[in-house]
Structure formats: structure tokens, C-alpha cells
Design a protein around this ligand. Sequence first.
Ligand code: 13P
Ligand code: SF4
Length: 303
Amino acid sequence: WQQHAPYIERINRLKKSRNAVILAHNYQAPEIFHGVADIVGDSLALAKKAAETEADVIVMAGVHFMAETAKLLNPGKIVLMPDMAAGCSLAESIRPEDIRLLRETYPDAPVVTYVNTSAAVKAESDICCTSGNAVEVVESLGAERVLCLPDEYLAKWVATQTKVKILSWAGHCEVHERFTPDEIRRFRRAYDNLIVIAHPECPPEVIAVADFAGSTAKMIDYVRNEKPARVLMITECSMSDNIAAASPATEIVRPCIMCPHMKKITLPKILTALETLEPRVEVDPAIADRARLAVERMIAVGR
Ligand code: 13P
Ligand code: SF4
């Protein structure tokens, strides 16, 4: 922690003078999550908080699609992305033209896109969702079948939670697709009384052997509320580090798989972004209004 302290101090000072807010996803490294973030959470919480902020500058300590979402909801504000190369395998898996083709094939099916997509893809969809509200969003549409894109595994998990017929795509999260049921069985053999909680971006056969599945925020709530003596968190491993101190009654067992995109964000890059007010995320005005509508419709669900 000592090597981080000078950066943390400078960032927190500069943040005030810039009237900036730092949003950090649950997968950020602990020195960012605990050291400089003003708002932490899952993709849904970050989108909602981005819509509410009164700061002039938003720094996204997350990945590019999260910064784009913040910019969509705050077109007049400066949105900084400390490393523009922090992408996401799900966002890479689908293009706007793919959605236009799917609409021709399934004209009766509304298109729900995961927030883990580009603004251009959001602009082609009816509504967005996150893993925290996907079932609610799908059911809010009153349709018999829904295209749930691009995460195949999230779509399959949603299908187990609703009577709506779910059509999917073949996108995967490069972190969660690596977990296997065998690995979970090995952990269960090695640790007595192990509660396994998994993210719905995991393959269905992994979720099938877990005790609970939910978004990162729901996984955190599970540990906070149920206080299991021992838990295995099947998700990006920084999340376990971030919540360990707040859950002293729970032993957190975890295999460590990191998201290489999230880990591109570092304290020195956040400091540089605040000093230079660069790099800024912009959204093409030709798509921004339609993409914003899809995100705002999602935020309105459940209100
Ligand atoms: P949530 O935080 O919404 O569960 O999303 C997980 C994720 O992989 C974000 O990139
Ligand atoms: Fe994308 Fe997966 Fe990384 Fe999340 S953890 S940003 S879904 S690659």
C-alpha cells in the first residue's frame, strides 16, 4: 500500500480542485477501489450514479463501454477514460450490422443488449440490461420472445429465470468463460462447507454446480447478508480482495482470474487523466440519442 500512498494523495487532492468524481467497478484493484473511488459498484450502479452526478468531470475506473455509458448520460460533462485500450471481449463480439440482421430474422423479438456493448450497438437496441436487472428488463417488455445479446451465457441464465423465450448470440466474457465445473468440484472437495456463488457470465454448467448466481453487486449482498463461513466467488478475483475487509466473518476462497482490461487502469494513469483532462470519451452524435434512449429505458425499469 505504501507505494500507492503518494498517488492516492495527489489524486484525491486534484479530484477536489477539478470537481471530479471517480467511478470504480467492483473489479478494480483495491488501491483504486478503496483509495480513490467516490462511487463503487456493479455496471448497473455505475450507470445510475453516472446519471445522477453533479461533478464536472467523471473519471471511469472501469472499461470503455462503462465510460461511454457515462458520457451518454452526461453529454455536457468531461468523461475521462484513463486507458482507452481497456475494452471487453463481450463488447467486441457484436457489431451494429449483426443486430440489424437479427431484426430481419426475428422481427417480432425486441432487442435487449447487455451494457457491455459499444454505443453503436446500444443505438440498434430497444433497451439495455445488466446482469443485475436482465430478468426484470426482459419481463418488462411483455414479448413472447426476446433477443438477449451478446452474452450467450447470461442469456442462458436469464432463460432459466423466466418464461419468456430467450434468443441469444455467441459472445462470451473472456474471464468468466474460463471457469469449469471440475474446478468447482475440486474446491468443494478441498474445503468443507463451501458456498459457491457465481456470476451469470459463467457457462451454464458452472452455474449449475453453484449455490447462487447474480451480478457482482448481488454476490456482494449475498456475502454481506448470508454471512457464509466460507465462500468461493466465481468471478474476477479483485472483487474478493475488495470485499474481504468488510466481511471478516467469511473466509473467501478464490481462484484468481483477472480481467486484463480492468487491470489496464492504474493509479498513475488516473492521475495523468486528471492532470491533463485527457483522454476523453466522446460518442458520435449520430448514434448518441438512440443509444441514450436504450440506457434510459433500462434505468427506468424497476422505478
Ligand atoms: P456486473 O458488475 O454488472 O455484474 O458486471 C460484471 C462485468 O463483467 C462487468 O464487466
Ligand atoms: Fe468484459 Fe469480462 Fe472484463 Fe467484464 S470481466 S470487462 S465482461 S472481459
